[in-house]
Design a protein around this ligand. Sequence first.
Ligand code: GLA
Length: 388
Amino acid sequence: MKEKLLAEFERVFGGTEDARVFFAPGRVNLIGEHTDYNGGHVFPCALTIGTYAVARKNGMDTCRMFSLNFEDQGIHAFDINDIYYDKEEYDWANYPMGVIAMLNENEKRVDEGIDMLVFGNIPNSSGLSSSASLEVLTAFALRELFGFEMSLIDIALLSQKAENKFIGVNCGIMDQFAIAMGKKDNAIFLDTATLKYEYAPIRLSGAKIVIACSNKKRGLGDSKYNERRSECEAALASIQTKKNIKALGELSTEEFEAVKDVIGDEVKTRRAKHAVYENIRTLDAVAALKANDIERFGRLMNESHVSLRDDYEVTGIELDTLVETAWTVPGVIGSRMTGAGFGGCTVSIVKEENVDDFIKTVGDTYLSKIGYKADFYVVDIGDGPTEL
Ligand code: GLA
């Protein structure tokens, strides 16, 4: 991979002197969805697929960026002293630009242009965080090239800030944290209220993590993501008139049931209910995994999907078809949508001997019902960012 990327860099920018090669993973969330901006828990893991970059300082004030995934866009060039968001003009390059803008917000850490060639093997808009992967990758590569100090957690926080302030998506910390802090064969049990985290080894005793990609394209920016977040904030504000809490993630299910009538709006009550119950499910799921009760972990994944479908309403016919078909296949321990929803992917835990049958049955049903193909990936849990 390294040689191939360096050869491409040479083709695009001429010469590979001082060029270094970096990688950052994608992520999949096993359980704890739409809890991260509600001060709840999440349980994601980094993948071995992700985004690569070849990068070097170029001695100019101009950054030049090229993606092998979007060759037809050619080189995006911009001045490090004049960085602004432009969806049409810069397209994918807005993500690394946002990171540079945030790095230079208070002090000029990136004081020289770079040449950067990018290649990702995460399916785009799949819900496996290709954008967070690119953000963390950029921050990591710049830290290495410019030699400033920044911990991996600060890289995650800065990348989230780029997404919030530069791109305009009000995402939580889960994706950037999972990518920056990824650890092979482990999921990350993260309390998003405090950023306290714990690695949990994923031992599936003969089962595999299978991702099904709906191929329904979505961008978080045009989705209803920000709307869901505001609905939760409105519900929280109502509850705060009765209870002294900072986030929905502080409530037990009993406390929520006792106070929920104050919300006074049926839709917002369901949104808040999901946030509270999903947080508790995540705690239960991690406890089940620690107790080696993988069947219970799977049942909680299924319940998570039902809640995202009925109360949070972020699934849609594509994800529901993938998950509801998966539930009928022998050897499926659990299956749910993963990520923001509204398209994207599902994650399923499937016994090894049933994986082929799973892919065939779910794939055939999806094609006949939805009219286009789903793609399947049997994935491994990988490490955070590295230099190759
Ligand atoms: C997206 C966001 C995350 C999180 C998930 C839903 O992936 O980037 O912060 O909110 O959706 O769990």
